[in-house]
Ligand binder design. Sequence first.
Ligand code: PLP
Length: 375
Amino acid sequence: MHYLDNSATTAVLPEAVDAMTKLMVTDFGNPSSQHSMGIKAAKELKNYRQKVAKVMGADAQEITFTSGGTESINTAIFGAAYKNRHIGRHIVTSEIEHSAVKNACKRLQEDGYIVTYLKPDETGHISAEDFENALREDTILVSLMLVNNEVGTLQPVEKIGSILKSKAPKAIFHIDAVQGLFRVPLTPKKWNCHLMSVSGHKIGAPKGIGALYISKDIKIRPYIVGGGQENGMRSGTEPMPNIAGFATACEIRQKNMSEDLKHINELSNYLKTELKRHIPWAVQNGEPDVPHVFNVSLEGCKSEVMLRVLESREVYVSAGSACAKGKESTVLKAMGLNNKRIDSAIRVSFAPFNTKEDINALIDAFKQGIKMLKR
Ligand code: PLP
């Protein structure tokens, strides 16, 4: 098998599975219980929170565990919009956000908020100048991504955070860092960011776990209410096995981050060289700043069909983002690419375990697909 769809999801690291099994089978106490098993679980939870906080550039008290990136984003956007509703109703985001951000903003529009969607340039970048021009007196919330999930571009969050701080100091800044975790160091404090979302299943943890950084300088309205767990920010018994899996994956990825980045950079360069050698007419989409995501169009070969050819050779990639479920990529469209490019776009995304053999298999499968499909 050649799995090259790691921005959609990743395999769970064996060490994370071990940590999870222990919390499911032996140390399965509820951290809210008053007996010794509960006390032990609460201690473990504290320890896991510290580990995740460390990789998010935050203090432990600033981390709320959620069920994933989507819940973290919804908590941030609805919580901030509600908190600041007395100050204004204007929100700034972009056309290349994940649907969790876009659809949360759409819902707020239905409720009377006004949303400005920034347009990227053809390389897949949002401009800080456009951002500054979009700000209004009543801007209360900005939600932008750190790394784009389809083309791997890094957005200028530090510049944007500093513009926001000087021009609209009451506005809340949320960063969707789901594709940024372990791709770039997360430094929310340096970015003047108040809220930041990450997800476990993109980095070797299980599906169903994520986290929201909430700066200690702000308070937002909780999205889920109930027993008051997670400091009142996310009620419900904490999913301890998933939290353990997430913290363990974070610890391992953190230790190996620079080596992993170097390896993935080499793989990405190898892919570029091999594409040039074997399929010189292939065009790369966007200008990525991280090596994990590579988006390429093989014009004349429909991506959904190419996907099936690759799959028949056990090569797994995405047509656009997995979340778009085969729909036309709104990211590539926003970048102004023509339909031929969009219809044939394939996203390759790497994890540290990938090898040059995976890339060789991909190139071979591409060549077979081209023979069958190119018109
Ligand atoms: N944000 C980005 C940029 C993503 O790529 C994804 C998932 O693909 C999400 C948010 C949603 O995360 P989750 O799948 O954990 O809900």
